[in-house]
Ligand binder design. Structure first.
Ligand SMILES: Cc1cc2nc3c(=O)[nH]c(=O)nc-3n(C[C@H](O)[C@H](O)[C@H](O)COP(=O)(O)OP(=O)(O)OC[C@H]3O[C@@H](n4cnc5c(N)ncnc54)[C@H](O)[C@@H]3O)c2cc1C
Length: 333
């Protein structure tokens, strides 16, 4: 049996599919169309939401391959790696793409070792050439170059893609496809690790990767005390706090809140950013932000090149005005 079709590794939590599962389908659909093959979304979990499985088809999959077992309810390395490996051995996909999330970054390398193939992690671009080679692009050497990587000999060709580096396709309810449940040998579901408890990261104002509203600050805030204005606006707007690498290095905000090449990629509906110059490494993390409002006292700042709305001025004057307006609105004035 020769290797055929493009696969995406979906992710779920408590039976509901995560957004990254739909984002991956857009990448996968483009590759499958070029190769004129099927796009298959694989899903591992337990008591999976049937509407969500159908949605995978509406968002681009031709087929959904499901393994449902109590042992797969939560992500655990051993059973997930064993099951994905077995699926690959059984069906021989030509390409497998995962999201570069904690799950994807754990499963994909372990699977690649098991099936003896290569993996390019954290790709920002994927394409396919006429011979069916996956062209995997990712920043390398500290982000200073973009490397193009191929897996010319081994199959499947595997890559992980930055979460939120693209939007999903538009939903198309006229799309049809099949949902297939696959039985797996119980032996493969055994785990050396047991999940005892789960604690959500309750730090500051939550997970920025899924946030619709992000308020971010940079070195222009000058002190930690001033950076607190960023946090206050985020709280008032029920948004998340982000920071440039400088803000993180200065200890004003923790690393999970760093936005950019070596931090998180975000795609909020609204991104308010103050005192950030807009270095290329920062901009790499906000490519898919929908509405960017930038505050900077330097009219030449790079951030204004990508902003939908720019305010040139001192953030020490502007941020307090925003805070007061939001407070007034909250109090119904
Ligand atoms: C390999 C590599 C990876 C990197 N990864 C990241 C990353 O993930 N994320 C990231 O952000 N950076 C990253 N960087 C660093 C990046 O190159 C910049 O150094 C950084 O983004 C600059 O942070 P900043 O904009 O807060 O500070 P600065 O560049 O110092 O900008 C401060 C801005 O504040 C403005 N300002 C000053 N005072 C005021 C005021 N009173 N009111 C209004 N505006 C004011 C200034 O005009 C200036 O534009 C990376 C660099 C490398 C080499």
């Amino acid at each position: 049996m020769s290797y055929k079709n493009v696969w995406t590794l979906s992710e779920q939590e408590q039976g509901k599919l995560k957004e990254v599962s739909f984002e991956l389908l857009k990448r996968g659909r483009a590759l499958a169309d070029k190769r004129k093959v099927e796009l298959v979304a694989i899903v591992l979990g337990h008591n999976l939401d049937k509407d969500d499985l159908q949605k995978l088809i509406y968002f681009g999959a031709d087929k959904v391959l499901v393994v449902d077992a109590p042992e797969l309810e939560y992500f655990l390395t051993d059973p997930y790696v064993n099951v994905v490996t077995k699926l690959i051995e059984n069906h021989k996909p030509e390409i497998l793409i995962a999201s570069a999330t904690t799950t994807g970054r754990t499963v994909a390398p372990a699977v690649a070792i098991k099936v003896n193939t290569g993996l390019t992690a954290d790709c920002t671009g994927l394409d396919i050439d006429d011979e069916g080679h996956l062209i995997q692009t990712r920043p390398a050497i500290g982000g200073n170059i973009l490397a193009t990587i191929k897996t010319p000999i081994h199959r499947p060709q595997m890559a992980s893609v930055r979460p939120h580096s693209n939007q999903p396709l538009d939903i198309d309810k006229s799309r049809t496809g099949e949902i297939v449940y696959e039985e797996i040998d119980k032996e493969l579901l055994k785990s050396r690790i047991k999940r005892i408890e789960f604690h959500e990261n309750e730090e500051e104002t939550g997970n920025i990767q899924d946030a619709e509203v992000i308020i971010a600050g940079g070195k222009g805030c000058k002190t930690e005390e001033k950076f607190k204005m960023i946090k206050e606006i985020a709280t008032l707007m029920h948004g998340a706090v982000g920071g440039s690498r400088e803000a993180v290095d200065l200890g004003w905000i923790s690393y999970p809140h760093q936005i950019g090449l070596s931090g998180q990629t975000v795609s909020p509906h609204f991104y308010l950013v103050a005192g950030v110059s807009g270095a290329v490494q920062h901009l790499a993390g906000i490519k898919t932000a929908e509405n960017i409002v930038a505050i900077n006292n330097d009219s030449e700042a790079q951030i204004f090149q990508v902003a939908d709305f720019g305010i040139q001025g001192d953030l020490n004057d502007i941020l307090p005005v925003i805070i007061n307006k939001l407070k007034e609105r909250k109090e119904g004035k």
